[in-house]
Structures are given as structure tokens and as C-alpha cells.
Ligand binder design. Structure first.
Ligand code: ACM
Ligand code: ZN
Length: 452
């Protein structure tokens, strides 16, 4: 009877039996003593109440009730006292490599919200296309949003692309807000920028025109931090992002930045000399600190991929997404007081196929490894699972890759660790199939989840 509950609640006491529950039930009760995002659901023979201290807690209690409701309309009798272990329970969608429609994105968000995920990190720009309307820089939507060829790794000549308008983005933000999901926009700089450099070539070191990429490479064409115009441009874009997105966090990327053009650029070398920096790696540190300070001066919190730590940053400079970190810089950062989000490739990169990352490997992700001190563990904000779309051309494929592995991430984020034995989790995940299908999300077949 509780085999539909996912994520697993923190405390569940079955009372035996079940009862009908009318639409207007349960009785709603504000209880300021409950944790934010927490709720208490009490379904007994005589009463049905849902207590919460915030609207988010009420929403999560109602999601639990939705899962408890059987096909005959009855609900099992139980006491559930529940609250999340982590405050960051995220999913990321890459809309650059392949773009989705507004309706597809909403469907995905709706599905994610049923499992109490609360952060939508939106990867809105990258080498293969820019997807965010910026009024001050119209060539982003007109030029940077299109590439020659719709697929990756083929020569299809059809023009491919598109850009979300501000009205569409506001619509998605509102859709998320109704589901207690914060949208975190990503403006990935100074690397992964060849689409915007195609539209505004003067922002690179050489000023050469470059094509919008149509494969999965990391472009050598990056922004030039030797030029003040680069900072003017980035701040102009950020001002519009800050106006548009009401959430606290702005992601500034910072991953995979080839340094060859900086090493050869007189303006970059002058910046290194003027600022007393050691090399181009420290120049990225300078760039990150300056952009992060701009964001903080607007009352927002910057986030970066873990490469932003390569030049050394202070714990209060940025929040860091740990995706691959051979040198344990994220652990050191968290142990020194920096906030981190767990997003490691081998567990939660949902673009990796099920052979490489079986469901079990996602479910067994330890978010609080022993490399973190007790204080460091307190600085893990939570988990995030990205779907990169180089090889994910359709929404159907995206759903196949994400469901059920995103459900494993949701349980780790809410319950805090693997909640139960693995077969039990797998059964609860399979039990979501028809509810997901009813909203247009088709899960991968059970036989694909854990290939031999
Ligand atoms: C990343 O996967 N480049 C963050
Ligand atoms: Zn330069």
C-alpha cells in the first residue's frame, strides 16, 4: 500500500486498513513548529489532516497524498512526519545542444515536482547555441541561437536552433513557482561561448568570426578577460538575467576553459601582469571573482562548476557544483566553509547510458563521503542531476534517460541517502510508470535499468 511512495518519507507509521478520502479532505492545518518544507500527514479512521508551516510543506504533503491514493480512491491509514534532508534537490536541462519546447519543459518540471525536486538549473547557452533573449544584445537571439545542422556528428545542412523569449521564460518561472521549484539560469562563461562570440566576435581575444559549433567539442574560442568590453557585455547580460529570474542563484558556468588564446593574447597577458597574477589559470580566477562580485552586489548568489576553484577561491565567493574533481578541491572548499552541490558524472550524469551508469549506481551515490569533515558535510547543499543533450535529440529520449534515474536522485536528496534496500526502491520506481505516462513522460523499460 505504501509501495508508491517516492521519495521515501522520513517517518512513516502504517496504522492498518484504509479509507475513502473525499476531494476536500484532508483538513489543512498551519503548524509553525514544523520545519520549512516539512509536513505531517495524519490519516486515521476518524480524521485526515495535513499540517505544515510553509506553502512548500503543504505542497509536498499533497504530493505524498497523491501517491498514496489508490485507484479505488481509498488511502491507507498512516501517520507520516516528513521533511527533506537536503535543501538543494535539483535537475538540470541542457537546452543548448538540443532545444526543447516550452510544453516539453513544463511536462518535465511537472514530473520532477511530484518527487519533491525543488531546483531547475537551466543550461541556456553553450557552444552549439544561445537560448535566452537579451534585449540589449539582439544578435544573441537572431544569430547566436542558430547553427548549420540539426544533429551532432552529421552533415545535415538544415538550420537548427531557436531562443526562448522573455515571456516564455516568465511562463516557465511561474509554472515552477506553483510547484515550489526555483529556476537557476546558467550563463556559461568565459568558455563554452563560441555561439555568443559568433554574434559578437570582438569579445574573443582574436576577434575572428567563429561558427556556432555543431558537434560535442569544447571550443577554443572563449571570452577575452583582457578587454573591459567583455566585462561590460557580461554585466549587461547579467543585469537582464537578474531582472528576469526571481531566484537567489545565478550560475556562471566556468567549466572547461581552454587557455591557449589567453596565453597568446597581449591584452590577457597585460591583465595578468597588471593584476599580479601567475598565469592564465589565475586569470580565470580573476574573471570569476569579478563576475561573482557583480552578482553579489545585486544581492544574488553566484554558482560555478568546480573548475572555478582551480585558481583558489574563498568560501564566500561562489557556490560550487562538483561534477569531476580529481584533486579534491571541492572537498577542501567545503571543509573550509564553502557550499557545494553534488553532481558527479559517474552517478548522476543522466546523459550517460544505462550500461555506463545503471540505476543502481545512481541510487548508491554517497552525498556525504568521508573525505568531508563533519563541518564539510554541513556544507553540502544537496544533489543535482543534469541531462546534457549532445546525444539527446528528442523529449522522448530525454525522458528515457532521466526516468527512473532522476527518481533515485530525488530520493537521495529528500531522504538523504539510499532509503531502503535496492529492490524495494526499484519496485517503488516501477510503480510510478503509469502516473508518469499519464502526464506524457515515458520511463525506460525496467529491463534497461540495470544492464548486465
Ligand atoms: C560539464 O559537464 N562540463 C559541467
Ligand atoms: Zn585575451
Amino acid at each position: 500500500m505504501f509501495s508508491n511512495l517516492l521519495p521515501c518519507p522520513a517517518h512513516l507509521k502504517p496504522l492498518g486498513g484504509s479509507r475513502a478520502l473525499a476531494k476536500h479532505e484532508p483538513t489543512l492545518l498551519n503548524d509553525p513548529g514544523l520545519p520549512a518544507e516539512g509536513y505531517r500527514l495524519s490519516i486515521t479512521a476518524d480524521e485526515a489532516t495535513l499540517a505544515y508551516s510553509t506553502d512548500a510543506g503543504k505542497f509536498y504533503g499533497l504530493q505524498t497524498l497523491l501517491q498514496l491514493r489508490q485507484t479505488d480512491g481509498t488511502v491507507p491509514l498512516a501517520l507520516i512526519e516528513d521533511a527533506p534532508a537536503f535543501r538543494w534537490r535539483g535537475f538540470m536541462i541542457d537546452s543548448s545542444r538540443h532545444i526543447q519546447t516550452v510544453e516539453e519543459i513544463k511536462t518535465f518540471i511537472d514530473a520532477a515536482s511530484r518527487f519533491k525536486l525543488n531546483v531547475f538549473h537551466w543550461h541556456l547557452c553553450d557552444d552549439p547555441g544561445w537560448r535566452l533573449e537579451v534585449e540589449r544584445y539582439p544578435r544573441l537571439a537572431e544569430v547566436a541561437a542558430y547553427r548549420d545542422g540539426w544533429g551532432f556528428g552529421n552533415d545535415n545542412p538544415e538550420r537548427y536552433g531557436g531562443c526562448f523569449t522573455k515571456a516564455q521564460i516568465r511562463d516557465i518561472i511561474d509554472f515552477c513557482a506553483a510547484r515550489h521549484i526555483t529556476v537557476v539560469p546558467e550563463f556559461d562563461i568565459p568558455g563554452h561561448s563560441s555561439a555568443l562570440i559568433h554574434a559578437y566576435p570582438h569579445l574573443s581575444c582574436t576577434g575572428d568570426d567563429v561558427a556556432v559549433l555543431k558537434d560535442a567539442c569544447v571550443s577554443d574560442n572563449v571570452l577575452c578577460p583582457g578587454k573591459e568590453t567583455t566585462f561590460d557585455f557580461c554585466e549587461g547580460v547579467l543585469e537582464e538575467i537578474i531582472d528576469l529570474f526571481p531566484g537567489q542563484y545565478i550560475h556562471i558556468g566556468g567549466d572547461e576553459v581552454p587557455k591557449d588564446s589567453w596565453d597568446a593574447c597581449p591584452l590577457c597577458q597585460k591583465r595578468i601582469a597588471d593584476e599580479g597574477l601567475a598565469d592564465s589559470e589565475e586569470l580565470q580566477g580573476y574573471f570569476t571573482k569579478r563576475i561573482a562580485a557583480f552578482i553579489k552586489s545585486h544581492g544574488k548568489t553566484p554558482i560555478g562548476w568546480n573548475e572555478v576553484l582551480n585558481a583558489g577561491l574563498d568560501p564566500d565567493d561562489v557556490v560550487v557544483c562538483k561534477w569531476h574533481d580529481d584533486r579534491s578541491r571541492c572537498d577542501d572548499f567545503a571543509n573550509r566553509g564553502g557550499k557545494i552541490i553534488m553532481e558527479e558524472t559517474k552517478h548522476v550524469y543522466l546523459d550517460y547510458d544505462y550500461h555506463r551508469t545503471p540505476l543502481q549506481q545512481t541510487y548508491r551515490y554517497n552525498l556525504l563521503p568521508d573525505s568531508l569533515t563533519a563541518a564539510g558535510k554541513q556544507n553540502v547543499l544537496g544533489i543535482e542531476a543534469p541531462i546534457w543533450t549532445e546525444w539527446v535529440e528528442t523529449f522522448r529520449r530525454m525522458c528515457y534517460m532521466c526516468f527512473p534515474r532522476l527518481l533515485a536522485a530525488a530520493e537521495l536528496g529528500w531522504y538523504g541517502k539510499a532509503a531502503t534496500d535496492y529492490p524495494d526502491f526499484k519496485a517503488r520506481a516501477e510503480a510510478q510508470r503509469s502516473a508518469l505516462a499519464a502526464i506524457g513522460v515515458e520511463m525506460a523499460p525496467l529491463s534497461d535499468w540495470d544492464p548486465e
